[in-house]
Design a protein around this ligand. Structure first.
Ligand code: 13P
Ligand code: SF4
Length: 303
């Protein structure tokens, strides 16, 4: 990575000086993912790893809700997000007041909240989930009705595997995955005969229905690792293919993919600045931190 060499060597030495780790989501660009990241993975892996680190500083190369989750699990550590504006359309789609209203409308029905939400929304929830454990989390509740927030498509795609559970949903969508259409899948199959289509469950149900497999970003990567398809389309954020393609020179990675503008706010340059200037520190209101932490910890306790 010659053009990035200066930032990379500065970040590596700052990490040592400050006893810092960098957690990077699978949607970070390859120059972050393959050089400075200590831990890479899906949202669930990053939450799990955040608990085990003994570093003093966690830099989240991901979006704000991921940094908040790391802070919830590590109240005594400094958690930095290189760009405060790295948000998420799902997290933006719902407020704590919305969750309280839903609870009032459906008394006694447990609230399962996707981690792609603010700490304030998590605080109003019974338990969190990710795309990697949504079904297991709901099964762990042993209920016939559940409120699943805020990703309508993740809820519908999970409901497809749980016919005995009634799902009450919210109309939040991921701005990256909602843009994929069933026609995209038809076109990719026509253009690339034999292609395996793997779709993230934030995609609309009609897209997932046409895919060969659906799962979290870690599950998509594992599918490629285990099955080694000759041709594969990862129907998700573009960096996902970019990051794993180098590992499998024999696999042809084909599009469609979309970019997440929030994930793309994180760069080597602002990671370096974050470490140099200890910015931007993530803090969580004490009035909500305890309840939000409980919802995340309940999720982590589900195997
Ligand atoms: P996962 O990595 O948990 O599948 O999440 C995808 C995503 O959109 C994160 O923002
Ligand atoms: Fe949010 Fe979608 Fe971007 Fe993930 S990819 S951070 S869910 S907008």
């Amino acid at each position: 990575w010659p053009v990035f060499a200066d930032d990379i060597s500065a970040i590596l030495s700052l990490k040592r000086q400050r006893n810092a780790v960098i957690l990077a989501h699978n949607y970070q660009t390859p120059e972050i993912f393959h050089t400075v990241a200590d831990i890479v993975g899906d949202s669930l892996a990053l939450a799990r790893e955040a608990v085990t680190t003994d570093a003093d500083i966690i830099v989240m190369a991901g979006v704000h809700f991921m940094a908040e989750t790391a802070k919830l699990l590590n109240p005594g550590k400094t958690v930095l997000i290189p760009d405060r504006m790295a948000g998420c359309s799902l997290a933006e789609s719902i407020t704590a007041a919305n969750v309280r209203e839903l609870r009032a409308r459906h008394p006694g029905v447990p609230v399962v909240t996707y981690v792609n939400t603010s700490a304030a929304v998590k605080a109003e929830s019974d338990i969190c989930c990710t795309s990697g454990n949504a079904k297991a989390v709901i099964e762990s509740l042993g209920v016939a009705r559940v409120i699943m927030l805020p990703d309508e498509f993740l809820a519908q795609n999970t409901a497809a595997f749980m016919p005995n559970v009634e799902f009450i949903t919210w109309a939040g969508h991921c701005e990256v995955h909602e843009r994929f259409t069933a026609q995209d899948i038809t076109s990719v199959r026509e253009s690339y005969p034999g292609v395996m289509v793997l779709a993230h469950p934030e995609c609309p149900p009609e897209v997932v229905a046409q895919a060969d497999f659906s799962g979290s970003t870690a599950a998509l990567a594992e599918f490629v690792e285990v099955n080694r398809p000759a041709r594969v389309a990862l129907v998700t954020e573009c960096s996902m293919s970019d990051n794993i393609a180098a590992r499998y020179p024999e696999v042809e990675f084909v599009r469609p993919c979309n970019l997440c503008p929030h994930m793309k706010r994180i760069t080597l340059s602002n990671i370096r600045q974050a470490l140099e200037l200890r910015q931007h520190e993530v803090t969580i209101d004490l009035a909500i931190a305890g309840r939000a932490r409980l919802a995340v910890e309940r999720m982590l306790a589900v195997k």
